[in-house]
Ligand binder design. Structure first.
Ligand code: ADP
Ligand code: ASP
Ligand code: MG
Length: 462
C-alpha cells in the first residue's frame, strides 16, 4: 500500500491511514507500506536547495528547518503520542543532517545532481518516521526502511533513476521476513546505485517504489491510496464533472500518466504488468468507494474514449528542409543528436512529403534540443529548426479506439467546431492513444470539448 502526501497531512489523516492498514492486516493479510513526503515538502526542498546554491543569503535555512520540525512534530504528537519523545529524537537527527547539507550547499554554492537527490529525499525520511510511529501507537509492530535498505537498486541517473533487476532478490531478502509480524514503512521516491549512492525515481516516484516492491514481493495487489476516488476521466481540477473510471488497462494508464495525468508515475505500471498484479487506486478519505482497478484488460470496452489528459510544459520542435526528402539517415541523425543530449522526445510526426519532422519535448529541454539540432543545420542536412513554447499536448486515451472507425474524425471535427486549431497530431500504433498539440491557451477548452463529445461524465451503461 502506498500513501501519498495528502493522505498524511495531519493527525486525523494519518489515523485514517492506520485504520486502513489495520483492518487489512488484522484480516490476516501481510502488508508493506510505502509513504511519500507530506504534501509540498519535496517542492520546498527543491526550491530551498536551488536557492542556496545560487544565493549569497542563507538566512532561510533556519526557518525552513523549523517549519519542518513543527509540521512533523504536530502530526507525530497527534498520531503517536506515546512515541513522541523517542521518535522526536530521530526526527531531530534527520533535521540536523538536512541542515548540515543545506549549509554545505550554500558554502560551496554548488548543487550537484547527487547532492540534490540526497536532499530531496528528506520529505520521505521525516514522514516515514511519523507514520511508522502511528502504527506502533495502535499496537502494530513497525520499522522504517529507506528505499536503499529496502533493496531498490537503481541506475545512476539522478532525478530519474530506474530500478535494476537485482532489486527483486534484495527486496525479497530484506522485506519479506518483516511481513509475518510487522508492517514495515518504506520511504518512497528513492533507491540507491549498487555503490550505495542515493538516487530518486522522478517526481511522484513513490508510486513507482510501491510497484517495484509489490512486484518483487509477488503481492496479490498493489494499492495506491490518494485523495481522489480513483483514476478519473480527466483531471478533476480542470473538469469538475470528471468521473471515476471503474476499470482501466495497464496500457491506458501508462498513456495517461505519460501525458501528464498526475494520478500515477508513468513507470509505476511496468513492474505490476510484468507480473500481472492488479493495481488499485483508492481514496484514503473514502475507503469504501471501490476506486479504480488497473488490469491487463482483455475485455473489449464499450467505451471508445476513456480518459483525457493534457500536459502544459512542452515545446514543439519543427525541423524542415527540402534536402530531407528521400534522404536516408536524417531521422537517425536527428534522434541520435537528441539522445546524446538526453532529450526525451514525447511525440513525433512526419509529413508524407518528408520535408518536415515535428517533435514534442519537455519545455525545460527546448533549448538543449534546439542546440543539438543546430549541428544538423550547419552540416546542411536540414534547413531550419524552429521551436514553439506556447503550446500544450492533449492525449485522448482508450483501448476501444483500436478498430473503432471515425474516432479521429470525431475528435478533430469537435475541436474544429470549437474553433481550436490543431498544430500537430500523433497516433501510436497501439491505437490506445491519439495525441495532438494546440496553443497553450486552448488546452483546457480542448479537453472540455472532448470530454463532452465523448460523454465522459455519464455513467457506464454496463
Ligand atoms: P498523491 O499525493 O496521493 O500522490 P497526487 O497529487 O500526486 O497525489 O495525485 C492525485 C491528484 O492527481 C488528484 O488530487 C487529482 O487532482 C490529480 N489528477 C490529475 N489527473 C487525474 C486523473 N485523470 N484522475 C484522477 N486524479 C487526477
Ligand atoms: N515526494 C515525491 C514528490 O513530491 C514523491 C512522491 O510524492 O511520490 O515528487
Ligand atoms: Mg503522486
Amino acid at each position: 500500500m502506498k500513501f501519498g502526501g495528502t493522505s498524511v497531512a495531519d493527525g486525523a489523516s494519518v489515523s485514517r491511514v492506520v485504520d486502513i492498514v489495520e483492518s487489512c492486516h488484522s484480516a490476516g493479510n501481510e502488508v508493506a507500506v510505502v509513504v511519500s513526503a507530506q504534501r509540498g515538502v519535496t517542492d520546498q526542498l527543491i526550491t530551498m536547495a536551488t536557492e542556496l546554491a545560487n544565493n549569497t543569503d542563507s538566512s532561510g535555512i533556519e526557518p525552513f528547518i523549523n517549519s519542518l520540525r513543527i509540521r512533523h512534530g504536530k502530526v507525530l504528537l497527534e498520531s503517536a503520542e506515546d512515541y513522541a519523545d523517542e521518535v522526536g529524537i530521530l526526527v531531530e537527527e534527520q533535521l540536523c543532517n538536512l541542515e548540515n547539507i543545506l549549509n554545505a550547499v550554500h558554502n560551496l554554492r554548488e548543487l550537484t545532481p547527487r547532492s540534490r537527490d540526497y536532499i530531496i529525499t528528506f520529505g520521505e525520511r521525516l514522514n516515514s518516521l511519523v507514520v511508522s510511529a502511528a502504527f506502533r501507537q495502535r499496537g502494530i509492530p513497525s520499522e522504517t526502511l529507506d528505499g536503499c535498505e529496502a533493496g531498490i537498486v537503481t541506475t545512476p541517473n539522478h532525478g530519474e533513476a530506474m530500478a535494476l533487476p537485482q532489486s527483486e532478490e534484495k527486496i525479497q531478502k530484506r522485506v519479506l521476513p518483516l511481513l509475518a509480524d510487522s508492517v514495515p514503512v518504506i520511504m518512497g521516491f528513492m533507491g540507491c546505485t549498487d555503490k550505495g549512492v542515493v538516487t530518486t525515481l522522478g517526481r511522484s516516484g513513490s508510486d513507482y517504489s510501491a510497484a517495484i516492491i509489490g512486484a518483487a514481493l509477488d503481492a496479490d495487489e498493489i494499492l495506491i491510496w490518494t485523495d481522489v476516488d480513483g483514476i478519473m476521466t480527466s483531471d478533476p481540477r480542470l473538469i469538475p464533472d470528471a468521473r471515476v473510471i471503474p476499470s482501466i488497462s495497464y496500457l491506458e494508464v501508462m498513456e495517461l500518466s505519460y501525458f501528464g495525468a498526475k494520478v500515477m508515475h508513468p513507470r509505476s505500471i511496468e513492474p505490476a504488468m510484468n507480473k500481472n498484479i492488479i493495481v488499485r487506486v483508492k481514496n484514503t478519505f473514502n475507503p469504501d468507494h471501490p476506486g479504480t482497478t488497473i488490469v491487463r484488460g482483455e475485455r473489449r470496452d464499450t467505451r471508445v474514449v476513456k480518459a483525457l489528459t493534457y500536459i502544459e510544459k512542452v515545446a514543439m520542435v519543427n525541423i524542415c528542409g527540402a534536402q530531407m526528402i528521400g534522404r536516408p539517415g536524417v531521422a537517425k541523425a536527428i534522434f541520435s543528436q537528441l539522445a546524446d543530449r538526453d532529450v526525451n522526445v514525447m511525440m513525433i510526426s512526419q509529413g508524407s512529403s518528408e520535408a518536415n519532422i515535428t517533435l514534442v519535448v519537455e519545455e525545460s529541454q527546448e533549448e538543449t534540443a534546439r542546440e543539438a539540432l543546430s549541428a544538423l543545420v550547419r552540416q546542411g542536412m536540414v534547413r531550419q529548426v524552429t521551436t514553439n513554447r506556447d503550446v500544450c499536448a492533449v492525449a485522448v486515451v482508450g483501448s476501444g479506439m483500436a478498430g473503432a472507425k471515425g474516432t479521429g474524425g470525431r475528435i478533430f471535427t469537435a475541436l474544429g467546431n470549437g474553433g481550436i486549431n490543431v498544430m500537430m497530431i500523433s497516433q501510436g500504433s497501439s491505437e490506445v492513444n491519439i495525441s495532438f498539440v494546440v496553443r497553450q491557451e486552448d488546452g483546457p477548452r480542448a479537453v472540455r470539448i472532448l470530454h463532452d463529445e465523448f460523454h465522459l461524465s455519464e455513467e457506464d451503461d454496463e
